[in-house]
Design a protein around this ligand. Structure first.
Ligand SMILES: Nc1ncnc2c1ncn2[C@@H]1O[C@H](COP(=O)(O)OP(=O)(O)OP(=O)(O)O)[C@@H](O)[C@H]1O
Length: 256
């Protein structure tokens, strides 16, 4: 297998007396989708928050393309090309799709109008937003200036994934992207995830939905009691095996 793009080694995160991450490892390789599964409270969110800069681990290290990195804020991780889409989509409902896509990294007009007057380059932002959405087959959205609050749940998730794909040059982390969606909308988002992978961006997918995990993941990281219990290939195990490993009902397979 290729060298990992993103790795975590020995991560520890404590909240008071609770140990959310307990010497946790993680690996993501080029071109793959790794699903992270685990029981409630197993520490999955803590793991992705550490890798996306939303929490600072107490110990351990994170390596991006083999180099140790230290993220104190989500912006640090973004600056390195790691984009995270949280379940509670960080969007401003009243703003347009284009504005949401560029929130926090607006494009300015060239020359003094941008640098001195700080004028936004709306036309450019709209063009890039339109290109990104149509690249990902999301142009059922008619109008890029439509407010995000007028979109369906699946379309909003689509915009969030498109935003991540537009800026996440190295890794995209998706936290329960289908949790709030209906069957049809989930399907569209799963296709979008596969599409992003086919563009060469590896993905970390947290999900409680076993059929979705088994449908798209190349490997499954099973998280239990704050650490990686095992990594399985979905082709070799059933969904009930995976659930049995994550709940402790069955012993995890030994690492190859
Ligand atoms: N900010 C916090 N303050 C205190 N305890 C926390 C905090 N965040 C997480 N924890 C605790 O750390 C442990 C791991 O939580 P985490 O959210 O990482 O698990 P999870 O696997 O993502 O759970 P779920 O599937 O329910 O979202 C839990 O016991 C949780 O209560």
């Amino acid at each position: 297998m290729s060298n990992p793009i993103l790795q975590a080694r020995g991560l520890v995160k404590r909240y008071g007396r609770v140990t959310a991450l307990d010497d946790c490892d993680f690996d993501l390789h080029a071109g793959e989708i790794v699903a992270v599964i685990g029981d409630n409270g197993a520490g999955k969110s803590s793991l992705i928050k550490a890798m996306s800069g939303a929490v600072v681990p107490d110990a351990g290290e994170i390596l991006l393309e083999g180099k140790p990195v230290r993220f104190n804020t989500p912006n640090d991780a973004r600056a390195e090309g790691i984009e995270t889409v949280y379940q509670t989509l960080a969007m401003s409902p009243a703003l347009s799709i284009a504005d949401n896509m560029f929130m926090g990294r607006e494009l300015r007009k060239p020359g003094w109008r941008g640098s001195v007057l700080r004028q936004l380059d709306r036309a450019k932002m709209e063009q890039v937003a339109r290109d990104k959405l149509s690249d990902l087959g999301l142009m059922t959205i008619q109008n890029i200036n439509q407010a995000v609050e007028t979109l369906s749940g699946g379309q909003r998730q689509g915009v969030a994934v498109a935003r991540a794909a537009a800026f996440g040059s190295k890794v995209i982390i998706l936290d329960e992207p289908t949790a709030a969606l209906g069957v049809k909308e989930s399907r569209r988002v799963l296709e979008l995830i596969l599409d992003v992978r086919s563009r060469g961006i590896p993905i970390v997918l947290i999900s409680h939905n076993m059929p979705h995990v088994f449908e798209v993941a190349d490997r499954i990281h099973v998280h239990r009691l704050g650490k990686r219990l095992c990594v399985i290939d979905p082709k070799d195990y059933t969904m009930s095996d995976a659930v049995a490993f994550m709940t402790g009902a069955k012993d995890a397979p030994l690492a190859a």
